[in-house]
Design a protein around this ligand. Structure first.
Ligand code: URA
Length: 428
Protein backbone atom coordinates (compact mmCIF):
# COMPACT_ATOMS: atom_id res chain seq x y z
CA UNK A 1 0.00 0.00 0.00
CA UNK A 2 1.41 3.37 -1.01
CA UNK A 3 -0.19 6.32 0.75
CA UNK A 4 0.11 8.46 -2.39
CA UNK A 5 -2.13 5.98 -4.25
CA UNK A 6 -4.78 6.12 -1.51
CA UNK A 7 -4.74 9.92 -1.58
CA UNK A 8 -5.02 9.86 -5.37
CA UNK A 9 -7.93 7.40 -5.31
CA UNK A 10 -9.84 9.42 -2.72
CA UNK A 11 -9.15 12.66 -4.62
CA UNK A 12 -10.83 11.11 -7.67
CA UNK A 13 -13.85 10.05 -5.59
CA UNK A 14 -12.95 6.37 -5.17
CA UNK A 15 -13.26 4.30 -2.01
CA UNK A 16 -10.70 2.56 0.22
CA UNK A 17 -11.30 -0.91 1.62
CA UNK A 18 -11.29 -1.72 5.34
CA UNK A 19 -7.76 -3.15 5.32
CA UNK A 20 -6.33 -0.07 3.56
CA UNK A 21 -7.99 2.22 6.12
CA UNK A 22 -6.72 0.15 9.04
CA UNK A 23 -3.15 0.15 7.68
CA UNK A 24 -3.31 3.88 7.00
CA UNK A 25 -4.40 4.66 10.59
CA UNK A 26 -1.76 2.31 11.98
CA UNK A 27 0.94 3.92 9.83
CA UNK A 28 -0.16 7.39 10.88
CA UNK A 29 -0.02 6.46 14.58
CA UNK A 30 3.42 4.85 14.18
CA UNK A 31 4.75 7.84 12.24
CA UNK A 32 5.44 6.01 8.96
CA UNK A 33 2.72 8.10 7.29
CA UNK A 34 3.70 11.75 7.70
CA UNK A 35 1.34 14.59 8.57
CA UNK A 36 1.56 16.09 5.08
CA UNK A 37 0.21 12.95 3.43
CA UNK A 38 -2.51 12.50 6.03
CA UNK A 39 -3.47 16.18 5.59
CA UNK A 40 -3.83 15.68 1.85
CA UNK A 41 -5.97 12.60 2.43
CA UNK A 42 -8.19 14.45 4.93
CA UNK A 43 -8.71 17.30 2.48
CA UNK A 44 -9.69 14.79 -0.22
CA UNK A 45 -12.27 13.36 2.24
CA UNK A 46 -13.64 16.86 2.91
CA UNK A 47 -14.36 17.22 -0.84
CA UNK A 48 -15.26 13.63 -1.78
CA UNK A 49 -16.80 12.26 1.42
CA UNK A 50 -16.69 8.61 2.45
CA UNK A 51 -19.00 5.65 1.94
CA UNK A 52 -20.79 4.21 4.98
CA UNK A 53 -18.39 1.24 4.88
CA UNK A 54 -15.33 3.51 4.80
CA UNK A 55 -16.66 5.64 7.68
CA UNK A 56 -17.33 2.54 9.80
CA UNK A 57 -13.88 1.11 9.02
CA UNK A 58 -12.21 4.43 9.91
CA UNK A 59 -14.14 4.61 13.20
CA UNK A 60 -13.24 1.07 14.20
CA UNK A 61 -9.58 1.53 13.24
CA UNK A 62 -9.39 4.67 15.40
CA UNK A 63 -11.21 2.96 18.31
CA UNK A 64 -8.79 0.02 18.10
CA UNK A 65 -5.72 2.31 18.08
CA UNK A 66 -5.71 2.38 21.92
CA UNK A 67 -7.35 0.75 24.93
CA UNK A 68 -10.88 -0.60 24.69
CA UNK A 69 -12.59 -0.28 28.06
CA UNK A 70 -13.49 -3.74 29.35
CA UNK A 71 -16.86 -3.44 31.09
CA UNK A 72 -17.54 -7.18 31.09
CA UNK A 73 -17.35 -7.28 34.91
CA UNK A 74 -20.27 -4.82 35.14
CA UNK A 75 -23.64 -6.56 35.33
CA UNK A 76 -26.47 -5.38 33.11
CA UNK A 77 -26.72 -3.58 29.81
CA UNK A 78 -24.38 -0.58 29.80
CA UNK A 79 -25.75 2.46 27.99
CA UNK A 80 -23.64 5.54 27.29
CA UNK A 81 -24.85 9.01 26.41
CA UNK A 82 -23.05 11.58 24.29
CA UNK A 83 -23.83 15.22 23.62
CA UNK A 84 -22.40 16.93 20.56
CA UNK A 85 -21.89 19.96 22.83
CA UNK A 86 -23.81 23.08 23.61
CA UNK A 87 -24.03 26.11 25.85
CA UNK A 88 -25.35 25.44 29.38
CA UNK A 89 -25.58 21.70 28.69
CA UNK A 90 -25.52 20.19 32.17
CA UNK A 91 -27.75 17.24 31.26
CA UNK A 92 -25.18 14.51 32.07
CA UNK A 93 -24.97 15.75 35.68
CA UNK A 94 -28.67 15.02 36.18
CA UNK A 95 -29.03 12.13 33.77
CA UNK A 96 -26.20 9.88 35.02
CA UNK A 97 -27.42 9.64 38.64
CA UNK A 98 -31.06 9.43 37.55
CA UNK A 99 -30.59 6.60 35.06
CA UNK A 100 -28.36 4.70 37.47
CA UNK A 101 -31.04 5.10 40.16
CA UNK A 102 -33.34 3.31 37.69
CA UNK A 103 -30.95 0.34 37.64
CA UNK A 104 -29.02 1.01 34.42
CA UNK A 105 -25.27 0.94 35.17
CA UNK A 106 -23.59 4.19 34.13
CA UNK A 107 -19.88 3.82 33.30
CA UNK A 108 -19.13 7.04 31.52
CA UNK A 109 -15.99 8.64 30.17
CA UNK A 110 -16.34 12.35 29.44
CA UNK A 111 -14.28 15.09 27.90
CA UNK A 112 -13.23 18.58 28.91
CA UNK A 113 -14.65 21.72 27.35
CA UNK A 114 -12.90 23.62 24.63
CA UNK A 115 -14.09 26.86 23.04
CA UNK A 116 -17.65 27.97 23.62
CA UNK A 117 -19.02 24.67 24.97
CA UNK A 118 -18.29 23.27 28.41
CA UNK A 119 -17.31 19.73 29.34
CA UNK A 120 -18.87 17.50 31.99
CA UNK A 121 -15.48 16.76 33.54
CA UNK A 122 -14.80 20.47 34.19
CA UNK A 123 -18.26 20.87 35.71
CA UNK A 124 -17.72 17.95 38.08
CA UNK A 125 -14.25 19.21 39.03
CA UNK A 126 -15.86 22.48 40.13
CA UNK A 127 -17.24 20.51 43.12
CA UNK A 128 -14.52 20.82 45.82
CA UNK A 129 -12.60 17.56 46.16
CA UNK A 130 -14.25 15.76 43.20
CA UNK A 131 -11.83 13.37 41.47
CA UNK A 132 -12.28 12.63 37.77
CA UNK A 133 -9.05 10.66 37.38
CA UNK A 134 -9.95 7.19 38.65
CA UNK A 135 -7.97 4.00 38.27
CA UNK A 136 -9.73 1.32 36.25
CA UNK A 137 -10.29 -0.61 39.51
CA UNK A 138 -11.89 2.38 41.24
CA UNK A 139 -14.02 3.11 38.18
CA UNK A 140 -15.37 -0.45 37.96
CA UNK A 141 -15.76 -0.73 41.73
CA UNK A 142 -17.97 2.37 41.84
CA UNK A 143 -20.12 1.17 38.92
CA UNK A 144 -20.56 -2.23 40.56
CA UNK A 145 -21.30 -0.92 44.05
CA UNK A 146 -23.26 2.33 43.62
CA UNK A 147 -24.19 1.99 39.93
CA UNK A 148 -22.28 4.97 38.52
CA UNK A 149 -18.80 6.30 37.80
CA UNK A 150 -17.87 9.23 35.65
CA UNK A 151 -14.23 9.74 34.70
CA UNK A 152 -12.07 11.79 32.33
CA UNK A 153 -10.94 10.19 29.10
CA UNK A 154 -7.41 8.88 29.31
CA UNK A 155 -4.87 9.57 26.58
CA UNK A 156 -5.01 5.87 25.73
CA UNK A 157 -8.61 6.11 24.50
CA UNK A 158 -8.61 6.31 20.67
CA UNK A 159 -5.16 8.00 20.39
CA UNK A 160 -5.47 7.97 16.57
CA UNK A 161 -8.43 10.34 16.86
CA UNK A 162 -6.45 12.65 19.11
CA UNK A 163 -3.60 12.83 16.59
CA UNK A 164 -5.95 13.17 13.62
CA UNK A 165 -8.08 15.84 15.31
CA UNK A 166 -4.98 17.95 16.07
CA UNK A 167 -4.10 17.78 12.36
CA UNK A 168 -7.67 18.54 11.22
CA UNK A 169 -7.75 21.55 13.52
CA UNK A 170 -4.84 23.22 11.69
CA UNK A 171 -5.62 22.09 8.12
CA UNK A 172 -9.25 23.29 7.87
CA UNK A 173 -10.49 19.71 7.69
CA UNK A 174 -12.69 19.55 10.80
CA UNK A 175 -15.90 20.19 8.90
CA UNK A 176 -16.61 16.89 7.22
CA UNK A 177 -19.52 14.73 8.27
CA UNK A 178 -17.72 11.35 8.07
CA UNK A 179 -14.67 12.77 9.88
CA UNK A 180 -16.76 14.30 12.69
CA UNK A 181 -18.96 11.21 13.04
CA UNK A 182 -16.01 8.80 13.08
CA UNK A 183 -14.09 10.99 15.53
CA UNK A 184 -16.95 11.08 18.05
CA UNK A 185 -17.94 7.44 17.59
CA UNK A 186 -14.37 6.08 17.86
CA UNK A 187 -14.22 7.36 21.45
CA UNK A 188 -17.68 5.98 22.18
CA UNK A 189 -16.82 2.53 20.80
CA UNK A 190 -13.58 2.48 22.81
CA UNK A 191 -15.55 3.33 25.97
CA UNK A 192 -17.01 -0.17 25.78
CA UNK A 193 -20.78 0.27 26.30
CA UNK A 194 -23.52 -1.89 24.77
CA UNK A 195 -25.62 1.00 23.54
CA UNK A 196 -25.44 4.76 23.08
CA UNK A 197 -28.00 7.56 23.19
CA UNK A 198 -26.75 10.56 21.24
CA UNK A 199 -27.91 14.11 21.95
CA UNK A 200 -27.10 15.90 18.70
CA UNK A 201 -27.64 19.60 19.09
CA UNK A 202 -28.81 22.02 16.41
CA UNK A 203 -28.72 25.80 16.47
CA UNK A 204 -26.64 28.90 17.09
CA UNK A 205 -24.94 27.43 20.18
CA UNK A 206 -24.06 24.07 18.61
CA UNK A 207 -21.45 22.65 16.32
CA UNK A 208 -24.23 21.97 13.76
CA UNK A 209 -26.14 25.19 13.12
CA UNK A 210 -29.14 23.66 11.33
CA UNK A 211 -31.56 20.85 12.19
CA UNK A 212 -30.87 19.29 8.80
CA UNK A 213 -27.11 19.23 9.43
CA UNK A 214 -27.63 17.77 12.92
CA UNK A 215 -29.96 15.12 11.47
CA UNK A 216 -27.36 14.07 8.90
CA UNK A 217 -24.65 13.83 11.56
CA UNK A 218 -26.99 11.83 13.80
CA UNK A 219 -27.86 9.42 10.98
CA UNK A 220 -24.18 8.90 10.21
CA UNK A 221 -23.34 8.18 13.88
CA UNK A 222 -26.35 5.88 14.38
CA UNK A 223 -25.29 3.94 11.29
CA UNK A 224 -21.67 3.60 12.54
CA UNK A 225 -22.85 2.46 15.97
CA UNK A 226 -25.25 -0.10 14.55
CA UNK A 227 -22.66 -1.58 12.24
CA UNK A 228 -20.39 -1.99 15.29
CA UNK A 229 -23.21 -3.94 16.98
CA UNK A 230 -24.37 -1.20 19.38
CA UNK A 231 -27.97 -0.32 20.23
CA UNK A 232 -28.41 3.29 19.09
CA UNK A 233 -30.85 6.19 19.37
CA UNK A 234 -30.20 9.85 18.55
CA UNK A 235 -32.23 12.80 19.78
CA UNK A 236 -31.92 16.04 17.81
CA UNK A 237 -32.34 18.76 20.43
CA UNK A 238 -32.49 22.51 20.23
CA UNK A 239 -29.49 24.74 20.85
CA UNK A 240 -30.80 27.99 19.41
CA UNK A 241 -30.69 29.25 23.02
CA UNK A 242 -28.79 28.01 26.10
CA UNK A 243 -30.14 25.03 28.02
CA UNK A 244 -31.47 26.29 31.32
CA UNK A 245 -30.25 29.65 32.60
CA UNK A 246 -26.82 28.93 34.11
CA UNK A 247 -23.64 28.87 31.99
CA UNK A 248 -20.34 28.16 33.72
CA UNK A 249 -19.09 25.13 35.59
CA UNK A 250 -20.15 25.56 39.23
CA UNK A 251 -23.23 27.59 38.27
CA UNK A 252 -24.33 24.64 36.13
CA UNK A 253 -23.77 22.13 38.92
CA UNK A 254 -26.02 24.25 41.16
CA UNK A 255 -28.70 24.34 38.44
CA UNK A 256 -28.41 20.58 37.91
CA UNK A 257 -28.96 20.08 41.66
CA UNK A 258 -32.08 22.26 41.46
CA UNK A 259 -33.43 19.96 38.74
CA UNK A 260 -32.60 16.91 40.86
CA UNK A 261 -34.56 18.53 43.69
CA UNK A 262 -37.64 18.75 41.45
CA UNK A 263 -37.12 22.47 40.72
CA UNK A 264 -34.93 24.16 38.13
CA UNK A 265 -35.53 25.00 34.47
CA UNK A 266 -38.18 23.05 32.59
CA UNK A 267 -36.08 22.46 29.46
CA UNK A 268 -33.26 20.80 31.43
CA UNK A 269 -35.78 18.55 33.16
CA UNK A 270 -37.63 17.65 29.95
CA UNK A 271 -34.54 16.87 27.90
CA UNK A 272 -33.07 14.81 30.75
CA UNK A 273 -36.26 12.77 31.00
CA UNK A 274 -36.43 12.18 27.25
CA UNK A 275 -32.77 11.14 26.86
CA UNK A 276 -33.03 9.01 29.98
CA UNK A 277 -36.18 7.33 28.68
CA UNK A 278 -34.31 6.20 25.55
CA UNK A 279 -31.40 5.00 27.70
CA UNK A 280 -33.87 2.91 29.72
CA UNK A 281 -35.39 1.46 26.55
CA UNK A 282 -31.94 0.54 25.11
CA UNK A 283 -30.90 -0.84 28.53
CA UNK A 284 -34.10 -2.91 28.75
CA UNK A 285 -35.25 -1.05 31.85
CA UNK A 286 -38.46 0.09 30.11
CA UNK A 287 -40.54 -1.21 27.22
CA UNK A 288 -41.34 2.20 25.73
CA UNK A 289 -39.97 5.76 26.05
CA UNK A 290 -43.24 6.76 27.74
CA UNK A 291 -42.77 4.09 30.41
CA UNK A 292 -39.11 5.11 30.80
CA UNK A 293 -40.07 8.74 31.27
CA UNK A 294 -42.63 7.85 33.94
CA UNK A 295 -40.04 5.79 35.87
CA UNK A 296 -37.52 8.63 35.77
CA UNK A 297 -40.08 11.27 36.70
CA UNK A 298 -40.94 9.29 39.81
CA UNK A 299 -37.25 9.01 40.74
CA UNK A 300 -36.80 12.77 40.32
CA UNK A 301 -39.89 13.77 42.26
CA UNK A 302 -39.33 11.30 45.11
CA UNK A 303 -35.78 12.64 45.69
CA UNK A 304 -34.17 9.27 44.83
CA UNK A 305 -32.29 10.84 41.90
CA UNK A 306 -30.82 13.50 44.22
CA UNK A 307 -29.84 10.85 46.79
CA UNK A 308 -28.02 8.98 44.02
CA UNK A 309 -26.26 12.19 42.92
CA UNK A 310 -25.03 12.73 46.49
CA UNK A 311 -23.84 9.12 46.70
CA UNK A 312 -22.00 9.47 43.37
CA UNK A 313 -20.30 12.76 44.35
CA UNK A 314 -19.24 11.34 47.73
CA UNK A 315 -17.84 8.19 46.10
CA UNK A 316 -15.56 10.35 43.92
CA UNK A 317 -14.39 12.54 46.81
CA UNK A 318 -16.61 15.59 46.21
CA UNK A 319 -17.97 17.76 49.01
CA UNK A 320 -21.27 19.43 48.08
CA UNK A 321 -21.37 21.41 51.34
CA UNK A 322 -18.43 23.52 50.08
CA UNK A 323 -19.93 24.38 46.70
CA UNK A 324 -20.91 27.91 47.75
CA UNK A 325 -17.55 28.69 49.39
CA UNK A 326 -16.15 30.98 46.68
CA UNK A 327 -17.83 34.35 46.36
CA UNK A 328 -17.50 35.91 42.92
CA UNK A 329 -17.81 39.51 41.77
CA UNK A 330 -20.93 40.16 39.73
CA UNK A 331 -22.35 42.62 37.25
CA UNK A 332 -25.77 42.88 35.62
CA UNK A 333 -26.19 43.42 31.86
CA UNK A 334 -29.09 45.59 30.79
CA UNK A 335 -30.43 45.88 27.24
CA UNK A 336 -33.01 47.94 25.43
CA UNK A 337 -36.47 46.61 26.34
CA UNK A 338 -38.50 44.38 24.04
CA UNK A 339 -39.15 40.73 23.23
CA UNK A 340 -36.23 38.33 22.69
CA UNK A 341 -36.56 37.35 19.01
CA UNK A 342 -33.50 35.11 18.69
CA UNK A 343 -30.20 34.42 20.41
CA UNK A 344 -26.70 34.07 19.04
CA UNK A 345 -25.97 31.39 21.61
CA UNK A 346 -22.34 30.88 20.61
CA UNK A 347 -21.71 34.45 21.84
CA UNK A 348 -23.17 33.54 25.24
CA UNK A 349 -20.69 30.64 25.38
CA UNK A 350 -17.90 33.00 24.33
CA UNK A 351 -18.94 35.46 27.08
CA UNK A 352 -18.63 32.68 29.67
CA UNK A 353 -15.15 31.97 28.29
CA UNK A 354 -14.10 35.65 28.64
CA UNK A 355 -15.25 35.50 32.27
CA UNK A 356 -12.92 32.55 32.90
CA UNK A 357 -15.36 29.62 32.64
CA UNK A 358 -13.83 28.06 29.51
CA UNK A 359 -10.60 27.51 27.62
CA UNK A 360 -9.29 29.04 24.41
CA UNK A 361 -6.53 26.44 24.27
CA UNK A 362 -6.53 23.08 25.99
CA UNK A 363 -3.99 24.10 28.66
CA UNK A 364 -5.81 27.26 29.81
CA UNK A 365 -6.82 27.27 33.50
CA UNK A 366 -10.49 27.52 34.46
CA UNK A 367 -12.16 29.69 37.10
CA UNK A 368 -14.80 27.27 38.35
CA UNK A 369 -17.14 29.87 39.84
CA UNK A 370 -17.12 32.10 36.73
CA UNK A 371 -19.90 32.32 34.16
CA UNK A 372 -23.28 33.92 33.81
CA UNK A 373 -26.95 33.46 34.46
CA UNK A 374 -29.26 34.65 31.74
CA UNK A 375 -32.68 35.85 32.85
CA UNK A 376 -34.41 35.93 29.46
CA UNK A 377 -34.83 33.42 26.66
CA UNK A 378 -36.52 33.46 23.23
CA UNK A 379 -40.07 34.85 23.45
CA UNK A 380 -39.54 36.49 26.89
CA UNK A 381 -40.21 40.21 27.39
CA UNK A 382 -37.52 42.40 28.92
CA UNK A 383 -38.84 45.52 30.69
CA UNK A 384 -37.14 48.93 30.81
CA UNK A 385 -34.15 48.83 33.17
CA UNK A 386 -34.43 45.07 33.70
CA UNK A 387 -31.24 42.97 33.51
CA UNK A 388 -31.02 40.32 30.78
CA UNK A 389 -28.16 38.50 32.49
CA UNK A 390 -25.79 38.62 35.42
CA UNK A 391 -22.05 37.95 35.01
CA UNK A 392 -19.90 36.22 37.65
CA UNK A 393 -16.11 36.57 37.59
CA UNK A 394 -12.99 37.25 39.57
CA UNK A 395 -9.99 39.52 39.10
CA UNK A 396 -8.45 39.44 35.60
CA UNK A 397 -11.58 38.48 33.64
CA UNK A 398 -12.41 40.42 30.49
CA UNK A 399 -15.76 41.67 31.78
CA UNK A 400 -16.17 44.34 29.10
CA UNK A 401 -15.80 41.79 26.29
CA UNK A 402 -18.25 39.45 28.03
CA UNK A 403 -20.78 42.24 28.44
CA UNK A 404 -20.51 43.16 24.76
CA UNK A 405 -20.93 39.54 23.71
CA UNK A 406 -24.10 39.18 25.80
CA UNK A 407 -25.49 42.38 24.26
CA UNK A 408 -24.72 41.09 20.75
CA UNK A 409 -26.21 37.68 21.57
CA UNK A 410 -29.69 39.06 22.26
CA UNK A 411 -31.74 40.01 19.19
CA UNK A 412 -34.55 42.18 20.50
CA UNK A 413 -37.74 43.32 18.77
CA UNK A 414 -41.39 43.99 19.43
CA UNK A 415 -43.08 41.04 17.67
CA UNK A 416 -44.32 38.20 19.88
CA UNK A 417 -42.22 35.06 19.31
CA UNK A 418 -42.89 31.43 20.22
CA UNK A 419 -40.01 29.60 21.91
CA UNK A 420 -38.40 26.93 19.68
CA UNK A 421 -39.30 23.26 20.19
CA UNK A 422 -36.89 21.50 22.56
CA UNK A 423 -36.73 18.29 20.54
CA UNK A 424 -36.62 18.39 16.75
CA UNK A 425 -36.38 14.73 15.82
CA UNK A 426 -35.53 11.21 16.96
CA UNK A 427 -33.33 8.91 14.85
CA UNK A 428 -33.33 5.25 15.75
N1 URA B 1 -16.08 16.46 18.44
C1 URA B 1 -15.22 15.44 18.24
O1 URA B 1 -14.93 14.68 19.17
N2 URA B 1 -14.68 15.28 17.01
C2 URA B 1 -14.99 16.08 15.97
O2 URA B 1 -14.50 15.88 14.88
C3 URA B 1 -15.89 17.15 16.19
C4 URA B 1 -16.44 17.31 17.45
Amino acid sequence: MRMVDLIDRKRRGGALDGMEIRQMIQGFCEGTIPDYQMSAFLMAVVFQGMTKEETSALTEAMADSGDIMDLSSVHGVKIDKHSSGGVGDKISLVLGPLVSAAGIPVAKMSGRGLGFTGGTIDKLESIPGFRTQLTQEEFLHNVNTIGIALAGQTGRLAPADKKLYALRDVTATVESLPLIASSIMSKKLAAGCDGIVLDVKAGSGAFMKTVDGARQLAMEMVSIGKSAGKAMTAVISDMSQPLGYAIGNRLEVVEAIEVLQGKGPKDVRQLTLRLGAYMLVLGRGAATPEEGEAILEELLDSGKGMEQFERFVRAQGGDLSRIGDTVMESKEVTLKPGVVQAMDTERIGAAAMCLGAGRKTKDDPIEYGAGLRIHKKIGDRLAEGEAAAILYYSHGADVEAAENLVRQAYHMGEAPVSPPPLIHDIIA
